[in-house]
Design a protein around this ligand. Structure first.
Ligand code: PLP
Length: 381
């Protein structure tokens, strides 16, 4: 039986996207692939609201996108400020470390994000050339105030890089309006495509910064080697993931057919329905409410429910969620609710949760979660 994948990525892949993946593999320099690549790149710009930026689709995953973003705009003499609310901000610190790039890291408490005032104080104290922030941290479920950061950074001559791996396409990120210089993401989270692609969009300012650096410590990750291919996919640099790109193209079409505003609203509503429903069963949340994310929830068990037994039984009931990472291991489960998840799937997942609680002999009002979720999902706004 196919399980409903509600982990923080990969998210469930709908049949339309899977069919595109299953098309016969064509030449990487064929008009067929070139057309899909060009469509995907054009759509990507619409998804991140960038009129004149340069989009990139490169075989890899989110972590490669993080590395590409950093190496292409941070010169040896530069300094980066990393805003970390958990696991992936720390990873960006490690990438800086690996390449010997100077950085400072502000770490918020887990379950929260760095507040804009703290960032403002830091950039007033010291000169930074770039700021990196995670939009939604997958370990803690905390969503950072990206728009508020961008307001602080505006006109300061500091490049702003956003890790949108768990947000782009599910939570608003307006590159032009907010002045974001790089959005980096991956195919398998809010796009609902299979894993395998690093996705980026560079602003004109970020492109100019890349051009101002004579050489970067990367070959495959150098966007100037990829730029001619993105402009004309009939050219060759390194063999792109043909099938992946075609399925990603389909994923971007589905997003624009839904409409970005509708998609953001759907993610918001789904998140609210799931959290209200789980709360009705006695679950609580690891993340502070002010930092709740529309794309995933980090859920604390009520007394009497043990992590392993819960997740194993839930899996047998058809739904896969993830365990906690780091300090939350054994205490929480992480439920992704991003991409092309339908309301019917949400209700199916809640039924599976109730069935699981029943078999674990946990007392609750049967049907409470379904009722709570339905009440929200039927609302028009
Ligand atoms: C998943 C994730 C990553 C890493 O992506 P991979 O595709 O696993 O390399 C990076 N940042 C955030 C915020 C993520 O959620």
């Amino acid at each position: 039986m196919e399980k409903l994948l509600l982990i923080p990525g990969p998210s469930p892949v709908v049949p339309r996207i899977l069919s595109a993946l299953a098309e016969p593999t064509v030449s990487h320099v064929s008009p067929v692939l070139a057309a899909d690549m060009t469509t995907a790149l054009d759509n990507l710009k619409k998804i991140v609201f960038s009129a004149n930026g340069e989009p990139f689709i490169i075989a890899g995953a989110g972590t490669l996108a993080m590395e590409i973003a950093l190496l292409n705009v941070v010169a040896r003499s530069d300094r980066v400020l990393v805003l970390s609310q958990g696991y992936f901000g720390d990873r960006m610190g490690q990438i800086c470390e690996t390449f010997g790039l100077a950085y400072d890291l502000i770490q918020s408490r887990w379950g929260r994000a760095v507040v804009p005032e703290e960032m403002a104080k830091k950039i007033a104290e010291k000169k930074y050339d770039a700021v990196f922030s995670t939009h939604v941290d997958t370990a803690t479920g905390a969503c950072a105030p990206v728009e508020a950061y961008s307001r602080v950074l505006r006109d300061k001559g500091i490049l702003y890089i956003v890790d949108g791996v768990c947000a782009t396409g599910g939570i608003e990120e307006r590159m032009d309006d907010w002045g974001i210089d790089i959005v980096l993401t991956a195919a398998q989270k809010c796009f609902g495509a299979p894993p395998g692609l690093a996705i980026l969009a560079f602003s004109e300012r970020a492109m100019a910064k890349r051009r101002s650096i004579p050489a970067i410590p990367a070959y495959y990750s150098d966007i100037l080697r990829w730029l001619p291919i993105m402009k004309d996919p009939l050219k060759y640099f390194s063999t792109p993931c043909v099938n992946e790109i075609r399925s990603f193209c389909e994923a971007t079409k589905i997003m624009l057919e839904e409409g970005m505003e509708a998609r953001f609203a759907r993610h918001k509503k789904t998140a609210r329905a799931i959290r209200t429903a789980l709360a009705a069963l006695g679950f609580t949340f690891f993340t502070e409410e002010a930092f709740f994310a529309d794309t995933l929830s980090v859920v604390k068990y009520p007394v009497g429910i043990e992590d392993k037994a819960f997740r194993t039984t839930l899996n047998q009931n058809g739904v896969v969620v993830a365990g906690g990472l780091g300090e939350t291991a054994g205490k929480v489960f992480r439920m992704g609710h991003m991409g092309n998840l339908t309301f019917e799937q949400v209700l199916f997942a809640l039924e599976a949760v109730e069935k699981t609680l029943k078999s674990l002999k946990y007392p609750f009002e049967s049907g409470a979660s379904i009722k709570a979720a339905r009440a929200i999902l039927v609302q028009t706004q």
